[in-house]
Design a protein. Sequence first.
Length: 269
Amino acid sequence: MAVAWAGSRLCGALLGLQGVAGESRAEVIDDCVDILEPELCAAFEVTGLGERPSVAKARRSIRSLMAALPKIQRTLMLDLHAAYERDPAATSRTEIALAYPGIRALCIYRIAHHFHRQGVPLVPRMLTESAHASTGIDIHPGAEIGAGCFIDHGTSVVIGETTVIGRNCTLYQGVTLGARRFDRTKDGSIRRGSKRHPTLRDGVTVYANATILGGNTVIGSGSTIAASVLVQESVPSRSAVRPGKNEIIVARSGSATSSSRKRTQPRSR
């Protein structure tokens, strides 16, 4: 698929990897532009625009992306640094850029997110679904993810459309940041665009297979969510959330004698 190929090539250029035939970064980016522009045109035409306005919108979208690439690259370098600093198995930043699925998924997401914010149809989702297919990490292009994000291992991570993730957060495999319910209009149809997914403040760590649901759920800065926990309500800053017997125990971290709050966790049906 042309969109997936262009996204992959563009990620390589942003991460400082050499082109497959030894091309320079500028040559790779030019090649990606040549691939993406007709795909963007086609996407705008699907919405009902005529050929000429679709071409004009596609070219504006490409120019906008080119202007944003330096900022996207700076953010990716922070993601790369976060992976190196938080994974003792990483031997180099080059290894991470070449072999870590989390950095690939984040790279493609950051390109797709820019297009999404510009109102480009179809292509943002096509980009993130290409990353989903190759990494097992499902990030909606509408999600907002701060710099310094590290997705370790990554298989089966799901980040929903209205998720907000602050700076320097870490997610492990199997984490779901999802919707608890879908709001509906008076006629019973799904209400689109409402805040359905959780917010993670800066410095949150979420361990494997934890599930955090709901648009009103806010995980406070510096908090840790243990593996396999289901969280459906907000958590204060600098808290540790871990499973107990049929309950979730929330305790302020950094104090062995601090008081804890107990929250009932529903039994599985």
